[in-house]
Design a protein around this ligand. Sequence first.
Ligand code: URA
Length: 210
Amino acid sequence: MENHLTVVDHPLVQHKLTLMRDKATSTSEFRRLLREITLLLAYEVTRGLPLETRVTETPMERMDAPILAGKKLALVSILRAGNGMLDGVLELVPSARVGFVGLYRDEETLEPVQYYFKAPEELQDRMVIAVDPMLATGNSSVAAIDLLKQAGARDIRFLCLLAAPEGVARMKEAHPDVSIVTASLDRQLNEKGYILPGLGDAGDRMFGTQ
Ligand code: URA
């Protein structure tokens, strides 16, 4: 599918991403940069939002002015690192409804298992933006999108900070209708499923855990 992957190569995005990759960057700085970069990525991922016109009186004259149409968009955080991207999107689209998907990996089967799911109503009528900073193996992202589709979502975009080629391929195979917006397509995964060159564990870096 065309436009399956968009890498936002804007200089501000790339500059902030480099600061985030730096292992010397503090937790508070990492969080601030993630919010700022997400705001810029959100601009790109919301490009397809539908518009209608509203009759508006400017100080000069009356016009048909464009305004967002339809149901409020649904922003869905894939726990826990997705939460670091909520504020940036909400700053740009404050009226968005917010949902959460929680998954853990079963150590025996290695399959993602759902432990939490709460999504806004009428998903089928909303643009749904799923957020998770790292698209690595793609296992949890694909499972989260499966759940959103089961809940009725039809127009889903995936917003991440970094993507690995393996995760992009997995998502494309499982959900070719879901377009991905990211700040970088990195080189590869290591044997533990971490992105290289990457930035380490995004959740740990934003929450100060290890
Ligand atoms: N999740 C992370 O936080 N970092 C990676 O590199 C891969 C998955």
